[in-house]
Design a protein around this ligand. Structure first.
Ligand SMILES: Cc1cc2nc3c(=O)[nH]c(=O)nc-3n(C[C@H](O)[C@H](O)[C@H](O)COP(=O)(O)OP(=O)(O)OC[C@H]3O[C@@H](n4cnc5c(N)ncnc54)[C@H](O)[C@@H]3O)c2cc1C
Length: 275
């Protein structure tokens, strides 16, 4: 199969990749391997984006291999990397690259005010502060996504009693049917309880109240902590002003629409072949 090095460009261009998560890393090294002059700006102290949270999740260690591979390719193909460099409109216009690749990812929404006023963890915080969650953890999943599944499995691996509540008639509905064959078995082995058709009503830090969506009954369950998984919001605020300033802007990954690392890597590579 042909690789990026076999599809070298006849017209090397100056490419600025903004964001060093899986989408930006893939776009950067692929464009550089094709012969473009590429620099990558990352606001944080390290490359890897959201996937860095999985450094604390042994069952998802394969994602670290992805990041290692991408960083090795970035080095090998001579991408100039700037860490702790946050792009804004002025700094990008000062550079005026031929192409801007936006790979700025996504951020969690602010936790909503839950009646009862108990503390609420988002999925990232649940990994980072797992030892503060106690033994019995309620996870209310509004996304059906891999991110929640990763965190649920991790908490169960740590020996916690985990119950997953979802407001719809399924759990983890945005993972594929093929994955579900394996993950359903794993969740059962890990003792995770699944409670679809349950809508969060209240949480006071000790008792969770959920409504059975089918009949309106209220159920109360004790828990030590509540994790609320919500959709992320795309970090896409640079797109419109950079386009309005006449720059050619391309996008990949969660900044286009928050999803998973798989789409981020695919879209990063795909757009680098079009530059
Ligand atoms: C807890 C958790 C578990 C997950 N588990 C899985 C899983 O099991 N499988 C899976 O496929 N996906 C999982 N995901 C989702 C996956 O991590 C994301 O879909 C993926 O990281 C998106 O990649 P990205 O490169 O588009 O964006 P991001 O990973 O968000 O990276 C964007 C980068 O851009 C940087 N940035 C933002 N703005 C600027 C700026 N102005 N200037 C410079 N840099 C900037 C950010 O600092 C960040 O490093 C999980 C996510 C979380 C939070």
């Amino acid at each position: 199969m042909a690789g990026a090095g076999d599809a070298r460009t006849a017209q090397p261009r100056d490419v600025l990749v903004i964001g060093g998560g899986p989408a930006g890393l893939e776009a950067a090294w692929t464009a550089a391997a094709r012969g473009h002059r590429v620099q990558l700006w990352e606001a944080g102290q390290a490359l890897g984006g959201q996937l860095n949270v999985l450094r604390d999740v042994p069952s998802r260690a394969r994602y670290l291999k992805l990041l290692d591979h991408q960083q090795a390719q970035v080095l090998r193909h001579g991408v100039t990397v700037h860490l702790q460099r946050r792009a804004d409109v002025a700094s990008v216009l000062a550079v005026r690259p031929d192409v801007v690749v936006l790979a700025t990812g996504s951020s969690p929404q602010a936790a909503p005010a839950v009646p009862g006023g108990g503390p609420v963890y988002d999925v990232t915080l649940a990994v980072r502060e797992a030892d503060r969650l106690g033994d019995t953890v309620a996870v209310v999943d509004l996304t059906g996504e891999w991110a929640t599944l990763s965190v649920v499995e991790h908490l169960a691996d740590l020996g916690k009693r985990v119950t997953v509540y979802s407001p719809v008639a399924a759990v983890f509905w945005r993972t594929t049917i093929y994955s579900t064959l394996a993950t359903t078995r794993r969740l059962r082995e890990k003792g995770v309880r699944l409670a679809p058709l349950r809508r969060l009503q209240a949480w006071d830090g000790r008792v969770l109240t959920v409504e059975d969506v089918s009949c309106g009954e209220l159920h109360r369950h004790e828990a030590d902590a509540l994790v609320l998984a919500q959709y992320h919001m795309a970090n896409d605020s640079l797109r419109a002003p950079l386009q309005a300033a006449g720059l050619q802007v391309r996008e990949a990954g969660d900044c286009l629409a928050p999803r998973t690392a798989m789409e981020a890597v695919y879209e990063g590579a795909r757009l680098a072949y079009d530059i």
